[in-house]
Design a binder for this molecule. Structure first.
Ligand SMILES: [Fe+2]
Ligand SMILES: [Fe+2]
Length: 191
């Protein structure tokens, strides 16, 4: 294999794997939203969560479509961001905690996408997908954060939401450090 061919195949493998990680995070994120749908019965939540869930599953599809365009199939991911978060944080049962966890994972997703967009040599189509998915994350974060705060206040425990955010942010930082180490192994050429 020539050096140029080897380089191309390395970047192809990197793309398929990176998009598979994104896809996995979107699918598992959808699962959080689905759980919220079952525990937040009020009209506003039911409407917003339905749209939110539709967005997340569409994001998963956009990454799947991008992988398909490369002539590949999604790689099964068993050690991604959400799995690592779940192992440390468990699956919160209280709505305020679940909303706080959702804010933290959404913020991480947005950060990953924005940082990816800043790299050199991002293929045009990938830029399109990154922009499309990032566009929705803003309203997701805003409404979930507001809902978490409102419920905590209603329940007479206004600190609960901020405390939960702090707890999950700590876990997020640990998990992110692990994933960055992992990415530096399988994507040595990423700039
Ligand atoms: Fe998303
Ligand atoms: Fe989102």
């Amino acid at each position: 294999m020539s050096a140029a061919t080897e380089d191309r195949s390395k970047s192809f493998q990197y793309e398929v794997l990176a998009y598979s990680y994104y896809r996995d995070a979107e699918l598992r994120g959808s699962n959080l939203i689905y759980r919220l749908l079952r525990i937040l019965p009020d009209d506003e939540s039911q409407i917003l969560l339905s749209e939110h869930l539709a967005d997340e599953t569409r994001h998963a599809w956009l990454w799947t479509e991008r992988i398909k365009e490369l002539g590949a199939a999604p790689v099964p991911i068993t050690d991604g961001y959400q799995v690592r978060i779940g192992k440390r944080a468990g699956l919160p049962r209280h709505p305020v905690d679940l909303l706080a966890l959702t804010v933290v994972v959404e913020q991480r997703a947005l950060k990953r996408y924005v940082e990816h967009l800043k790299r050199d040599d991002v293929p045009e189509r990938t830029q399109e997908v990154l922009r499309a998915v990032s566009k929705d994350e803003g309203w997701h974060i805003d409404w979930v954060r507001k809902k978490g705060r409102d419920i905590a206040i209603e329940q007479g425990d206004p600190e609960r939401f901020e405390e939960a955010l702090e707890r999950y942010r700590m876990i997020d930082r640990e998990v992110w450090a692990e994933l960055e180490d992992l990415e530096s192994v399988w994507a040595p050429a990423v700039n």
